[in-house]
Ligand binder design. Structure first.
Ligand SMILES: Nc1nc2c(ncn2[C@@H]2O[C@H](COP(=O)(O)OP(=O)(O)OP(=O)(O)O)[C@@H](O)[C@H]2O)c(=O)[nH]1
Ligand SMILES: [Mg+2]
Length: 188
């Protein structure tokens, strides 16, 4: 390449500067479905077998929110305690955090306070923290009724969403709502 630094026309530079970038992290106990939620959002697919995330995974999607195209970076963090140091670095500068529990697994719900503490310790304001009750497709083994999850979220002043990465229920609206909130902050 024989192009010199600064060869790009100003309009291209302005164009790049005007793009909206959003960083989202997912957190919660191992196995609650963080990776599957992101896979569903980015690739519209579900994997029934469980492959624990080693440290961190990454997803990217260009998502339309109304008239705006948003470049969404998704940092999918392992819920395993071995990786708390990795997580502590990834929280920085995230604009939204999805705190996920599994409606069939009480321990994952009971641990939400632990996760919330970790999130508030490492994230930098402003960050939109939301509670995600995942695996709502499983009707027979529900350990946490919707009302209990919603009440917990309300008591901490956090928004509550239900999802299934198997059926796709609630995934699009979760990301739309979160991205809308982040974009509103962008413009203020
Ligand atoms: N029925 C059902 N199963 C799900 C759903 N989401 C995830 N799973 C299953 O739950 C298991 C764990 O999902 P993962 O997405 O790998 O969980 P994770 O939270 O990323 O786990 P770590 O990476 O270990 O922190 C897998 O076997 C998935 O197929 C869901 O909405 N419904
Ligand atoms: Mg994972």
């Amino acid at each position: 390449m024989d192009r010199e630094v600064g060869h790009l026309p100003f309009s291209v530079k302005d164009e790049i500067a005007s793009l909206k970038w959003v960083k989202i992290v997912t957190v919660g106990n191992p196995g609650v479905g963080k990776t599957c939620i992101i896979k569903h959002f980015c690739e519209d697919r579900f994997t029934p077998s469980y492959q624990a995330t080693v440290g961190v995974d990454y997803g990217f999607k260009i998502q339309a929110v109304g008239e705006v195209e948003v470049r969404v970076h998704l940092w999918d963090m392992s819920g395993h305690s071995d990786y708390s140091e990795v997580r502590s670095e990834l929280y920085v500068d995230s604009q939204a955090c999805l705190l996920v529990y599994d409606v069939t697994n009480k321990a994952s719900f009971d641990n939400l306070d632990y996760w919330l503490k970790e999130i508030t310790h490492f994230t930098t304001e402003p960050v939109d923290i939301v509670i995600v009750a995942n695996k709502v497709d499983v009707k027979t083994k529900k350990a946490i009724p919707k009302e209990e999850g919603a009440k917990w979220a309300q008591s901490r002043n956090l928004r509550f969403f239900e999802t299934s990465s198997l059926s796709g229920h609630g995934i699009q609206s979760l990301f739309q709502e979160v991205l809308k909130t982040v974009l509103q902050r962008y413009d203020t």
